[in-house]
Design a protein around this ligand. Structure first.
Ligand SMILES: Cc1cc2nc3c(=O)[nH]c(=O)nc-3n(C[C@H](O)[C@H](O)[C@H](O)COP(=O)(O)O)c2cc1C
Length: 202
């Protein structure tokens, strides 16, 4: 990593203006994501998280699916803005990571740890979020800009058909990334930490 863990976490932002140039090879991106998959914790070590990494035409195809899907449910007037956002903020990048949870694994956890069965759907969301933040931060550290999107469940069926995704995988989030073309604005006022954090010490 170029930065310390804390620096990388602090640098991570949502980038809505991205380009397709790649300063890091696809192979190196995959290697980094592989390391994250191995290092990131999961509830009861379930290892239920799955990612699908789409580069090039596959990435473009995904955002085409999103546009086709949304065109059917929003008005033609509203779709003009939708299309513009998808083309400029997401499809314009060089790749997208799809985050899934393997529900076959999650269902088995419910059987194996029956006392906590009602918790495992929530734990799966937590586990996915851990992977999302780690990958988002790593992409930033590699010089990319990313955002986190949620066009699921609208796109689930078509995406699963397009890439022959296992039926037990549930789509959780989409993370388009690319070369940052602009710097995100200053973050909105932070809530005071003394309202968000309690410390008890001697
Ligand atoms: C759980 C979660 C869900 C989010 N969903 C979306 C989303 O659907 N679309 C989007 O544009 N941004 C989404 N975001 C991004 C947040 O809006 C963004 O991280 C927040 O405003 C702080 O800005 P920053 O990422 O630049 O630090 C999501 C972030 C989190 C943590």
């Amino acid at each position: 990593m170029k930065h310390s863990f804390l620096e990388a976490l602090e640098n991570r932002r949502s980038y809505y203006s991205i380009g397709a140039a790649m300063s890091v090879s696809q192979q190196d991106i995959v290697k980094t994501i592989d390391r994250i998959m191995l290092a990131t914790p999961s509830a009861y070590n379930s290892q239920s998280s799955r990612v699908v990494i789409l580069f090039g035409i596959h990435h473009i195809c995904l955002w085409g699916i999103v546009k086709q899907t949304l065109a059917k449910i929003v008005t033609p007037e509203a779709f003009i803005g939708t299309r513009e956002k998808i083309d400029n903020c997401f499809a314009a990048g060089c790749g997208t990571i799809l985050f899934y949870e393997d529900m076959k694994v999650v269902e088995q956890m419910k059987v194996d740890f029956a006392t906590y069965a009602d918790k495992f759907d929530t734990y799966a969301e937590h586990t996915s979020a851990m992977h999302q933040l780690a990958i988002w931060t790593a992409l930033e550290d590699m010089g990319f800009g990313a955002t986190l999107q949620h066009y699921n469940p609208l796109i689930d069926t078509q995406v699963a058909e397009q890439w022959n995704i296992d039926k037990s995988w549930r789509l959780i989030a989409q993370m388009p990334f690319g070369t940052p073309l602009t710097t995100p604005g200053t973050k909105a006022q932070h809530l005071p930490l003394n309202e968000r954090r309690l410390v008890f010490s001697d």
